[in-house]
Design a protein around this ligand. Structure first.
Ligand code: HEC
Length: 361
């Protein structure tokens, strides 16, 4: 028996080493548990080596034993496998197809626009004003940018719910009691009572923007992924935010959002979209913002794939009420930054979209 105890001791040491070793290497907990399980399995095998030999079965008496052994093993495998999260490859494939279909359609639409632009350039070279007037009449036809085809099939809210599904927000959030097996993120059933469409958009594109009360730890650890601004089109984030803003169930335990206070007193954020006259997003466009005050510090930013930009301006309490000028490709707009200097909680920000000429070429 002492041999058995020795083996158990070795197994415990190995299990601890496997857990912390794999943890140090950055393996997720599931894998750590799996390595420990392997050690346990090894222990069982070694303990079995010490077990007294069984009576040898032969002839027909061996058949029920064999079948029984097979059934036990099958039960363990099937039970174990079905306790793990299930993925249906067909459903996953369907999701990918849905995302890609829209992307493809967008690219095609842009391709079409580029062709249309080239044609326009050709015609413009003729320099005829009458042609230009005619082009003006054609312009609306080129304005079909986002969400082509099957647009009529879904309402904005339905499409938003689909986007929620496609980007698998349900892995961490619950709506209508569905999703987030473990409590990873807040229930969203009442989020529409707290946040505007714009705030939700900002939270999705910048998870540091605000946090759900009671989720300070998760927020600090950056649990909500910071990848959506690189993945989502503007249509997707807008319909998603619109859908979420309709969720107003006061009985749901949606935690209140807390706007991040950091730097509120030193900064002002300008954000928005840059598009061309036909409404197409312009990625990679330089945007500049400048407070019109003595010694004011300007700042710049570039639009992302969705044409979205965000600029953090250094503005202090005494700059409240200052005019700020925002410009991109020579197009200028101004707004008044009227925040309450005594409010140190609410983020100081302004949404401002710009419409500029499409880049040449
Ligand atoms: C990996 C987990 C995870 C995923 C995936 C995730 N979130 Fe979150 N989300 C969180 C956590 C944790 C919080 C709470 C901490 C915080 O606010 O940063 C949160 C907070 C939020 C809030 C604020 C809720 C409140 O009550 O104030 C909104 C809105 C939100 N998420 C929307 C989304 C949307 C939309 C998606 C999908 C595009 C998404 N989240 C995907 C983990 C996640």
């Amino acid at each position: 028996m002492s041999a058995g105890i020795k083996k158990i001791a070795v197994a415990i040491v190995l299990a601890v080493a496997a857990w912390f070793g794999s943890g140090a290497l950055g393996f997720p907990h599931v894998f750590q548990a799996m390595f420990v399980a392997y050690v346990a399995l090894g222990l069982v095998v070694f303990l079995l080596l010490d077990a007294p030999p069984m009576k040898r079965l032969s002839g027909w008496t061996a058949v029920p034993a064999l079948v029984g052994f097979y059934l036990v093993l099958s039960a363990i495998y099937i039970g174990g496998a079905s306790s793990l999260p299930q993925y249906d490859p067909e459903i996953e494939k369907g999701k990918i197809e849905k995302v890609l279909k829209r992307r493809r359609a967008l690219v095609m639409a842009e391709q079409g626009q580029v062709d249309a632009l080239l044609e326009r350039v050709k015609v413009l070279q003729d320099g005829s004003q009458t042609v230009m007037a005619r082009l003006g009449r054609f312009a609306p036809a080129a304005a079909v940018t986002e969400a082509p085809e099957e647009q009529g099939a879904l309402t904005v809210v339905e499409r938003g719910a689909e986007v929620y599904d496609l980007y698998e927000c349900y892995n961490c959030h619950k709506i209508g009691g569905k999703g987030s097996v473990k409590k990873r993120g807040p229930i969203l059933d009442n989020i529409g009572s707290f946040l505007t469409v714009n705030d939700i958009k900002r939270k999705i594109f910048d998870p540091t923007y605000l946090y759900a009360e009671g989720f300070e730890k998760e927020h600090k650890k950056g649990r909500m992924p910071d990848k959506y601004k690189d993945l989502m089109t503007e249509e997707e984030v807008t319909t998603l935010a619109t859908y979420l803003s309709t969720l107003k169930d006061p009985t749901a335990e949606t935690p209140k959002p807390v706007f991040v206070k950091a730097n509120v007193e030193h900064g002002f954020t300008v954000f928005g979209y840059v598009r061309d006259a036909s409404g197409r997003a312009l990625p990679g466009t330089e945007v500049h913002a400048m407070p019109q005050v003595k010694g004011g510090h300007g700042a710049s930013g570039k639009t992302n794939e969705a044409g979205y930009y965000e600029i953090f301006l250094h503005m202090h309490n005494e700059n409240a009420g200052a005019t700020v000028e925002v410009s991109a490709q020579g197009v200028k707009k101004t707004f008044v930054a009227d925040y309450d200097p005594s409010d140190t909680i609410t983020r100081r920000q302004q949404s401002l979209d710009l419409t500029v000429a499409a880049p040449k070429g």
